[in-house]
Ligand binder design. Structure first.
Ligand code: GLY
Length: 284
């Protein structure tokens, strides 16, 4: 069977991404198994400041960067919630799965665990994200939320349709009949400190089992309500994968959502806005 790795760089791009997503994962080691492939792929995307994960993550309205990430394979998963000042949250999620007695660590505990394992302090803020934050702060100080329509809607009521959910990153793999899923995000914009989206919740932002794997992107508030990735997984093997994805994503209406998924004999992606997707196949 052909080994396969599928990645996404988020849904909600104003224009389809002009760069080659396939090329980003050309160096991933497909020989070391499904988990290594998704962790390497997501780490590459986290290190690329064009995406909202790891370096380049969107700041919260208080200026902090809190990131969520998860990995799942072989009946196990690990996740981090609101982790700060690490370069690769997905690698910490892997350590939660492999090196801790827990499935999920959050906040200070996740940071302490990361440091204990040797993950060094790292600032994921880029000049681009700092500019975005400064604009937000100046709109607030000027008392002119109308300068920023997204802030205006946030101030009155958080309208999930107006949140920006682009650029979260994820990967699914099928290597030697085994499946893995990994996902990482800086969140949506604007958002409060402490807000958590779909990414670290099993069955919402990710799922992997013996039938396949799926990871989601988009507005976490909406994805969670539908247990999107487990809904997709539960239909695998009974219906065509492309039909499943189209059907599940069309239920989101105007809310931004996208997904990539893989089964024993199919790989597919579907989104209701532009989504950055890349693929790598390795024939036996
Ligand atoms: N899907 C990313 C988030 O809502 O945080």
């Amino acid at each position: 069977m052909t080994d396969a790795l599928l990645i996404h760089g988020g849904v909600g791009w104003a224009e389809p991404p002009s760069f080659d997503m396939d090329a980003l994962i050309s160096g991933v080691d497909m020989e070391k198994g499904a988990v290594t492939a998704v962790i390497q792929a997501v780490s590459i995307l986290e290190d690329d400041p064009r995406f909202n994960a790891g370096t380049g993550s969107i700041p919260r309205i208080d200026g902090s960067i809190q990131m969520d990430a998860a990995v799942m394979a072989n009946g196990n998963f690990g996740a981090v919630i609101g982790i700060e000042k690490v370069k690769n949250p997905v690698q910490v999620a892997l350590s939660v799965m492999n090196d801790s007695p827990h499935n999920v660590l959050s906040g200070d505990g996740a940071i302490r665990f990361a440091r204990m394992l040797g993950f060094e302090e790292y600032d994921p803020m880029t000049p681009e994200t700092r500019k975005r934050l400064e604009k937000l702060i100046s709109d607030v100080k000027a008392g002119n939320p109308e300068n920023n329509p997204r802030l205006a809607s946030f101030s009155s009521r958080i309208d999930p349709k107006k949140l920006i959910g682009s650029d979260t990153v994820g990967a699914v793999s099928r290597i030697g009949n085994r499946f893995a899923a990994a996902v990482s995000t800086g969140g949506v914009f604007p958002m409060m400190r402490g807000r958590v989206g779909d990414v670290p919740f099993i069955g919402c932002g990710f799922y992997a089992g013996e039938k396949g794997a799926a990871v989601a992107t988009g507005i976490g508030e909406e994805i969670m309500k539908r247990l999107l990735c487990y809904s997709i997984y539960s239909r695998m093997g009974k219906e065509d994968l492309e039909d499943i994805l189209r059907d599940e994503i069309s239920a989101f209406g105007e809310n931004v959502a996208g997904v990539i998924a893989i089964t024993l004999d199919q790989e597919a992606s579907y989104a209701n806005r532009n989504m950055a997707v890349g693929k790598r196949l390795k024939h036996p």
